[in-house]
Design a protein around this ligand. Sequence first.
Ligand code: NAD
Length: 369
Amino acid sequence: MTTIPVTVVGAGIIGETHADAVLRHTRLRVAAVVDPDAAARDALAARVADAGHPAPERFADLAGGALVPGGLVTVCTPTGLHVEVAERALEAGAHVLVEKPLDTAPRIARRLADRADAFAARGLVASVVSQHRFDPASVAVAAAARAGGLGRLTSAVASVPWWRAQSYYDSAEWRGTWRLDGGGALMNQGVHTVDLLLWLLGTPVTVSAFTARLAHEGIEVEDVAVAVLRFASGALATLHATTAGHPGIGVRLQVHGTAGSAVIHDDQLEFLNATAGPAPVERAADAVPAGELRGAAKPDDSFVQGHLRQYDDVVAAIDGGRPPGVGLHDGLLAVATVYAVYASAALGRPVAFDDVLRGALDDVVEVTR
Ligand SMILES: NC(=O)c1ccc[n+]([C@@H]2O[C@H](COP(=O)([O-])OP(=O)(O)OC[C@H]3O[C@@H](n4cnc5c(N)ncnc54)[C@H](O)[C@@H]3O)[C@@H](O)[C@H]2O)c1
């Protein structure tokens, strides 16, 4: 089988992870690197060559051959450029894997998600990074929930209790801005967990939230967000995300139902008891390999492995002509949920998720910018 040429757009921190994952994938090769910052694109190209692979072409922008029909474009720019880059790639006939979050606000994310069916009809795969959906712990919990093993899902508790020093926000101009980061602890760091919550519990109906900026200077966005969500199923959830929790501890997601409960801690399975359905699970150890249980030592390359798993899914979608595991609409729902938190905090009242999705609250957060 031929390899699929990959263009990495954005040669920063996560661009490096993507290149590393692509280099390890037998069906993919890094064909091109795009970044207006010459030092960044040269460094990433050198990393590929140093690993013993052909040096990729280097481009300052998307013009001049960076986008190849049938190739895969991976969008690793600051968040506020994701949709713009992905649109151009898809319009040029390339498949796309966009880093999370899909973009900074539902207004912009919707622009791409609304065209998802049209892109799919042209045989193009468009996926949004949410690598933790592919973690064995997440897969085991989702499988148990989908098989009815947890019974009726009744509630969830999600917490992203992290620490980011001021130097993190000072490290690049786009960090901590509404225009290019789209939000703070919840949009940037917490969106992974928001996506998992929606994947397991479905679509929110009502969101009520507070946000605050308590531990950082010179940023426009929140470093603490807390929210309660009511889902269409009736299930309730609490959501907490912060970059102001020194020293930072593991992300935790608890899901509870009438026939079982599950806990994922720091991407590993802590607890799973699913008593209903065709394949009941008594213990976490029955559902995942020992290395995926809470407390097991993680391999040094566990972060790249997450992206590699998502690349496996994207390649299978391209080869099999099937939708990817995480589509543009999923990306929109996660961004819209984060935005609903911001809108509720700004308005000082609960907001209807449907109002966010259909654009009725599009101007609320901009008012605070
Ligand atoms: N999936 C994850 O776990 C994960 C982790 C970290 C970051 N991210 C996401 O990846 C994105 C980038 O984050 P980062 O930490 O790598 O940022 P970064 O600042 O390290 O890198 C961004 C790069 O994009 C380049 N760039 C800017 N404008 C560009 C343009 N028009 N075309 C091409 N390149 C351009 C910059 O020069 C820079 O090299 C963000 O959206 C972030 O949310 C995802």
